[in-house]
Design a binder for this molecule. Sequence first.
Ligand code: IVH
Length: 329
Amino acid sequence: MDFASAKSIYIDLLREIERHNRLYHTHDAPEITDMEFDALVEQKKSLEKEFPSLADLAPETPGSATLPGFQKVNHQTPMLSLENAFDEKDLKDFFNRAHRFLGQSLDGDFTCVAEPKIDGLSASLIYQNGKLVQAATRGDGRTGEDITTNVKTIHDIPHHLMTFPEGRLEVRGEIYMRLSDFHTLNKLRESENEPPFANPRNAAAGSIRQLDPDVTASRKLHFFAYQIISETDHLFTHMERISALSTMGFPVNPHIQLCHTLQDLLRFYERMERERDSLDYEIDGCVYKINDLSLQERLGFVGKAPRFAVAHKFKAAKAQSLIEDVLFQ
Ligand code: IVH
């Protein structure tokens, strides 16, 4: 094979590897198996062996892909995803299934906590006697990456809690980048001939997966806490946990609201959709969680998603345009 053809295959491979890395690590939506991915990496390596100068074309830090150098962390409780609902019918189906599963009508206990769905990356924070001891990405839900050093540069995340239970406490939430910081960062990157990030979510993911914590610190990341994993916190409702998070010193989203009927949830959704453009962070829908923790426990999980929570997605991303026609040539 001559150098020119090797180079063109190599560049295609770099693009493919980068794309699959992003699908897997940033979007949690791989399109190929681990084995197929490894085969691409092997192909890249064998081209580098034959034409060593090709390696200069490979990015040193491949965007938001996982970098070697991060320890793996096994989540004690898997980090799951949410079932999606796109309209009122999907929501009714969701609540009907919950009713049926409980074998009781939820009429009296319908109360839900409605929250904006923050478009960032989820993180698990472990506190031991109130002290932050470990932070991890979601990864594949079972195993994430240890990002403790980088997370310690995020001002929103307390190193020591103001109030705390004895022993171990796990707090989960979303790391995100503000839109204003995202635009500033991309302008800077363009002026330095670096490729801009496609969206704040990728920018946040790329910023947290930096081997140099000073780079993470310079990216001004933020955090909203939305979950306590505990069997011993003696609280009865999700809303009490949200208040507890705030008392401990975490930022919680100011729009979080208690809803008592499906109509309340739909009104919340419409309000968030209207207010979406005036927020300085991206949201891609709303999350509704059944408030009563004993009901949550009874409902449990199906596959990779809880039966007690659902994501009500917005119809289209903010800056997405409608494709009216596609012409095949
Ligand atoms: S609760 C059991 N609440 O959405 C699932 N998730 O598809 C617990 N997210 O991976 C998640 N805002 O990264 C929850 N207010 C919110 C959220 C939220 C954003 C993300 C999170 C999760 C994904 C679920």
